[in-house]
Design a protein around this ligand. Structure first.
Ligand SMILES: [Zn+2]
Length: 326
């Protein structure tokens, strides 16, 4: 779980509570104008409830009778209040505080455990921060266009580009379906414009919608973050990159590759693999280039711990633009 977001989530709940209190205040002043007797009744109910609470601690003769009388007075007043509200055309609960989540009463917690609405808020918050929001606006499985991939064979590839992408597409769906139970990683490689980023953001979006914490970074941004972490303490960022449910690293190889970046990248890959935290990496590099650019210990982890998927076809971005023109 991403610790740095917890404060923000707590603030969201505080804001909800404040908003609902303000809304109730507004409803009360509205009722005060229409029929102030309703608020008088409400005050009486409040006083009687306090008395009821105190009386259980006090020494009173005929306590049971006294308490029963108090209870029936409260009930009568509540009925009276409801009748008056309904007569004016309001709902019975018009003067009650409204809860957006009735399970936790907008606190995020049920006892010591987190309510389901807590994780939803955490995800929304992260989604908002993530670049994914922009990318996934257009990139999702439904908008995936298979017709961009030709049905004739190219080069020495065994499958046609269409057949190949269908296989990868289905593998991606299976990856999402079993996400909780597997610890698989995906490597997407192939020329630029063949749909790698598109498909990895589709997966990210689906998993975010299912409630997982997904972080998307281009490898350039990732290296900048890792450099930041090396020299500055940033627990939040560290937690985000090392512990999120899925880390998507886009365009590996586009960063400036130095001994420093190799060491930091290895450290990240290794830690995530050891803790079975999943990754999707896409790269325009061929496997041969990957081997040349990165150290053996990085490539052995990439080739040994990732399902390798090769993307190929004519450049989709080119053919998309051509379609627009014609
Ligand atoms: Zn809740």
């Amino acid at each position: 779980m991403i610790k740095g977001y917890q404060q923000s989530v707590i603030r969201i709940y505080e804001n909800i509570q404040e908003e609902e209190k303000r809304a109730l205040k507004k409803r009360r002043s509205e009722i005060e104008k229409r029929d102030p007797r309703i608020l008088d009744i409400e005050n009486k109910i409040g006083k009687l409830c306090v008395e009821l609470a105190i009386s259980s601690m006090k020494d009173i003769d005929n306590r049971d009778e006294y308490i029963n009388n108090l209870k029936s007075s409260i009930t009568d007043l509540r009925v009276r209040k409801s009748e008056m509200l309904v007569t004016l055309g309001y709902s019975l609960n018009y003067l009650n505080l409204n809860y957006r989540c009735t399970k936790c009463k907008d606190t995020g917690f049920i006892g010591a455990s987190k309510c389901t609405c807590y994780k939803q808020k955490l995800i929304q918050l992260h989604y908002k921060d993530s670049q994914l929001q922009e990318l996934t606006r257009t990139n999702n499985f439904k908008s995936f266009d298979f017709t961009l991939y030709p049905i004739h064979k190219i080069g020495n590839e065994k499958d046609t580009p269409r057949k190949n992408i269908e296989k990868i597409y289905n593998r991606s769906l299976a990856y999402i379906d079993n996400f909780k139970s597997h610890s698989d990683n995906l490597l997407f490689y192939g020329n630029s414009g063949t749909g790698k980023t598109f498909l990895s953001t589709c997966i990210a979006r689906e998993l975010l919608d299912k409630g997982y914490l997904v972080v998307y970074k281009t490898s350039d941004e990732l290296i900048k973050d890792l450099r930041d972490l090396k020299f500055n303490t940033n627990k939040f960022l560290e937690d985000l990159i090392f512990n999120c449910d899925l880390l998507v690293i886009d365009d590996l190889g586009s960063e400036l590759i130095t001994d420093f970046t190799r060491a930091e990248l290895f450290n990240l890959l290794n830690k995530r693999l050891l803790t079975k935290r999943k990754m999707i990496i896409s790269t325009n590099l061929t496997l041969e280039h990957l081997l040349q650019q990165y150290s053996e210990r990085i490539t052995s982890r990439l080739l040994g711990n990732f399902d390798i998927n090769k993307f190929y076809c004519e450049d989709i971005r080119v053919s998309k633009n051509l379609n627009k023109i014609t």
